[in-house]
Design a protein around this ligand. Sequence first.
Ligand code: SAH
Length: 357
Amino acid sequence: MEEIRYNNQIQEICEFTLEELTELFREMSEPPFRAKQVYSWLHQKLCGDFSEMTNLPKSLREKLSERFRVACAKPRQVLVSKLDGTRKYVLELYDGNVIEAVLMRYHHGNSVCISSQVGCRMGCRFCASTLDGCVRNLTAAEMLWEVYAIARDTGERISNIVMMGSGEPLDNFDETVRFLRMISDPAGLNISQRNITLSTCGLPDRIRALAEQSFQITLALSLHAASQEVREQIMPIAKAYPLSEVLSACEAYFQKTGRRLTFEYSVVKGVNDNRTEALRLSRLLKGRHGHVNLIPVNPIRERSYESPDRRTVEAFRDILTENGINATIRREMGRDISSACGQLRRSYIEHAGMRAD
Ligand code: SAH
């Protein structure tokens, strides 16, 4: 396979909005229409190399390739589900780091789940992405290329994005916001913001800052517990932010954007799956604008957390429903290639004899 050479001088051209690219081209004494052409090659035709941009003069293509990189993430491994066509990708970045992204096929369209960081520093107890901490933030260009690499590989249209892969998107705020703006840009791939969900462990200031962007995306809060005490057990980051603060930031998000929230609740056997917790959760969410998504925990070998049986999860859902809380159990995609978030990357690194740090 093709080598990716690490070169600090080379910039990622996909990082620039059309406005910025136009300005950059002006500095290079290139007319605005050239910037538009290049932007369309990059973000609509998903071109991976300047040499393929056939309506540009050769001299300009050469000039650009000396200064910029186009493809920011290259598929190194793909696992394909025989059950539902789900495709899990290991993608390699220019500096040799690898990340995961997943394509899920639903009747309403194709959805890509992307990572926002290499690793994660939030420390959630059941999550494989955080075991070695955060290596670095991803750039907006790299996040775009998670989507572009998959669209190119399959030749299929992507209509939905979920930021639910490795990393905490709001811990990489500026690049995440840039990514959201560019992926929904009518001059680019033009994915409707209503079809984008951002999942966060709950950083109140950043949730409020996101609301200020006035995006139409859905915010999903990783709640996982109905009390501060249980939440702290599962999510160390919860110690820094009282549940009441997190929830009021979510309410502010709803007030500002009009977008209803999703509350994610990973159900862990013997930890947060009992009747008392279900009742407590019903009380906590009463009158809030959102619904609960129950995710039976996907066990990772480094931790002892187990998934409850199906009946327990259904009983938990029924208690919520009986108490007027809208709740669904997440459908598991690609059960035959199922591995928890971040596990594929870890096994790829182990087999390649590489280290995560
Ligand atoms: N940092 C963000 C997004 C990452 S993960 C966040 O915390 O929301 C997306 C969702 O998957 C989160 O709700 C996360 O808690 C959950 N998750 C991660 N690993 C899991 C596992 N092994 N089993 C069940 N849910 C998991």
